[in-house]
Design a protein around this ligand. Structure first.
Ligand code: T4K
Length: 369
């Protein structure tokens, strides 16, 4: 990296020579967007790879969240987590829905199912959890609550590409799941995203909604949006998908090295792998206990930065602290103690496929005193 800087991530790029061949074919076909040849191919390839029945490509990972809420006609209040990227809650805002923040489980960073019921009101229509860092939520418990109160579940699975529990895709949980294929993700199409659904009827409806609501040349069924993925990015995705398993393995090796080096550093903790889970190692968050470590999170963050190791404080500040949301009753600090603790102690270490041993070592040295 330029100036010896190690960034928190670096995009997985497809083989350029192979991608060029796809581009030549697209040029020959002269079909460059609107459910094209490679768009269809990428949808099939992803459905197979991810072990999901139906998937619909989007132009980023935010629009499938917005569209899922519209497709399910969600209104009123939605229970969600403050410990995520701001797009999760923005999707609610764009639909005129009030987010209701519920605290997280410190063991995973995900919404704590035990605290969901207390936040349900007559206006609650859905739960929108996030598999943060790709760690699976307690889906069984969340489903039980949703069934009891007649709520829908939309999982923001932006970080959970390829994550499986007991051999089954986490993306099949809830009513719908959404993915991000942004440059910084385990699998990327530069910008891109997708929605996973359970049946063909829903897929059809989502495909209308992401194409302005068109259900044919002259029929519009709803005020849909334009969120179609073009042929260049679909082809890029097809080439990139071929190396994603290798990339996940490379990330796993980085995680092994971090864990081996940091496991007995006083005041530094991290997540271990969960039993039965195929992780994707999308992020490697560490948590700093200032008292035990002898330095605050922000001091360590600044020290790393001064040595050109650019960790990131994902997800600090909490979404509930941003201007748009901080006036909400559920955004009260007292309501979200675990989320605040995590947001105030986290640093995500550099993590990507192909991060060299030397760079991993440099990252570790900034932390080990
Ligand atoms: N839900 C969740 C839970 C999410 O985390 C996200 C997105 C979404 C929904 C929405 O999905 P999208 O609509 O974005 O598809 C990044 C990403 O922009 C965002 O996609 C992601 N989550 C979020 C967690 O992180 P930034 O502002 O931190 O990215 P940026 O530009 O600072 O990049 C981070 C580092 O990555 C850079 O320091 C260097 C490296 N990088 C980045 C880019 C873009 C590269 O080396 N090359 C690149 O092209 O938000």
């Amino acid at each position: 990296m330029e100036n010896n800087i190690i960034t928190v991530t670096s995009p997985l790029l497809p083989d350029l020579g192979e991608f060029e061949k796809y581009l030549e074919d697209i040029w020959d076909r002269k079909w460059i967007t609107n459910n094209g040849y490679y768009h269809k191919q990428l949808e099939s390839a992803l459905a197979e790879y991810l072990k999901v029945p139906y998937i619909s490509l989007f132009t980023n990972g935010t629009l499938p969240l917005i569209t899922a809420l519209q497709a399910l006609r969600i209104t009123g209040e939605v229970i969600t987590t403050p410990y995520s990227f701001v797009a999760t809650t923005h999707a609610l805002w764009w639909n005129g829905i009030k987010p209701v923040f519920v605290d997280i489980d410190p063991a995973t960073g995900n919404i704590d199912p035990e605290k969901i019921e207390a936040a349900i009101t007559p206006k609650t229509t859905a739960i929108m959890p996030v598999h943060v860092y790709g760690k699976p939520c307690k889906t069984k418990e969340i489903q039980e609550i949703a069934d009891k109160y007649g709520l829908k579940i939309i999982y923001d699975a932006a970080h959970a590409f390829g994550v499986e529990v007991d051999g089954k895709s986490i993306l099949n949980e809830g009513d719908m799941s959404t993915l991000s294929f942004h440059a910084t993700k385990v699998f990327n199409t530069i910008e891109g995203g997708a929605m996973v659904m359970h049946d063909e009827k829903t897929k059809k409806r989502i495909d209308y909604l992401k194409n302005f609501g068109f259900a044919g040349e002259t029929e519009v069924i709803a005020p849909g949006i334009n969120s179609k993925m073009d042929e260049m990015r679909s082809a890029y995705g097809l080439v990139n998908l071929k190396q994603v398993d290798k990339a996940i393995e490379s990330r796993r090796q980085v995680a092994i090295k971090y864990r081996a080096a940091l496991h007995n550093v006083e005041g530094i903790t991290f997540f271990d792998d969960m039993p039965g889970v195929r992780h994707n190692y999308s992020y490697f968050p560490i948590f700093v206990d200032a008292e035990k470590y002898g330095m605050t999170r922000d001091e360590l963050y600044a020290k790393m930065k001064s040595q050109n190791v650019l960790g990131r404080r994902y997800f600090y500040p909490l979404i509930s602290e941003f201007t748009t949301y901080r006036g909400l009753e559920s955004a009260n600090r007292e309501n979200l103690p675990n989320a605040h603790k995590m947001a105030d102690s986290v640093i995500c270490l550099p993590m990507y496929a192909g991060l060299t041993d030397e760079d991993v070592e440099r990252g570790i040295k900034t932390i080990i005193k």
